[in-house]
Design a binder for this molecule. Structure first.
Ligand SMILES: [Zn+2]
Ligand SMILES: [Zn+2]
Length: 242
């Protein structure tokens, strides 16, 4: 096998996804491009994972952001983490992965998720669930980027991935085309569970590619909450900060 791989690498050497520089080993992205990604690995809110800007850098402290302190009981998630900031640089990575068939990025991106999710996995997750697409969109796009990430995470962690339970039953407008209020109306009752009994008493982890306003994740979490899980978590690849 390695002989064949050597030949393939000789003819078609692996290249960096971002800058297309030839790589010595197929690791997805070159070191220089990796250094341009704004990883959210510094001080983040212990609950929602939002970056904290003005605080002492004691990483052992479980500090909450202002929003989580104010609305502690209203927040449906026990914990949310994201791997990196959604900015002009990382946008290309996300869009290529999501829309342009760069599905072989999945193992590489899932490793980033796994590292970012250290606190989440320490809680003992029982089930991983990807944010679903409506079936008509899945037919058009042929794959669900969140399912690919969930599958790879399942391989890394040996945690069960449940692809069939949470479904998107309502076809909605793309969230980017809506303002904040429209987003909420657009997504209302868009998700439901097929086998709620499976999630009862479980620690459920939702996977998505981008966290923008959080309304998609929230609507998924509402559907999951109806099954009375023990707690709900989320991991997203990137996160935009307004
Ligand atoms: Zn590069
Ligand atoms: Zn917070």
């Amino acid at each position: 096998m390695s002989f064949i791989k050597d030949i393939i690498n000789f003819i078609l050497p692996p290249r960096c996804y971002m800058c297309e520089k030839v790589l010595d080993e197929d690791k997805g992205i070159c070191d220089e491009c990796i250094s341009k990604i704004e990883f959210l690995n510094k001080a983040v809110c212990y609950k929602c994972g939002a970056p904290l800007f003005e605080q002492e850098s004691n990483e052992n402290k479980k500090i909450l952001c202002g929003n989580c302190l104010r609305h502690k009981n209203k927040i449906i998630f026990r914990m949310i983490r994201s791997a990196f900031l959604y900015d002009e640089f990382s946008k290309k990575l996300i869009l290529d992965f999501k829309f342009y068939d760069k599905t072989d990025l999945a193992p590489f991106l899932a490793k980033m998720l796994y590292v970012a999710g250290k606190d989440v996995f320490a809680e003992g997750i029982d089930i991983i669930i990807p944010v679903p697409l409506h079936y008509t969109r899945l037919l058009k796009r042929r794959y669900n980027q969140s399912s690919l990430l969930a599958k790879e995470l399942g391989n890394i962690t040996n945690i069960e991935v449940d692809y069939k339970n949470l479904i998107k039953r309502k076809k909605t407008k793309a969230q980017v085309e809506c303002n904040v209020n429209e987003r909420l109306i657009n997504l209302k009752d868009a998700f439901s569970l097929k086998y709620p009994e499976k999630l009862k008493g479980k620690k459920v982890l939702l996977i998505d590619d981008v966290l923008t306003t959080g309304s998609t994740l929230n609507e998924c979490a509402k559907a999951i909450k109806s099954a009375k899980p023990k707690s709900i978590y989320s991991l997203t690849l990137s996160r935009s900060i307004s």
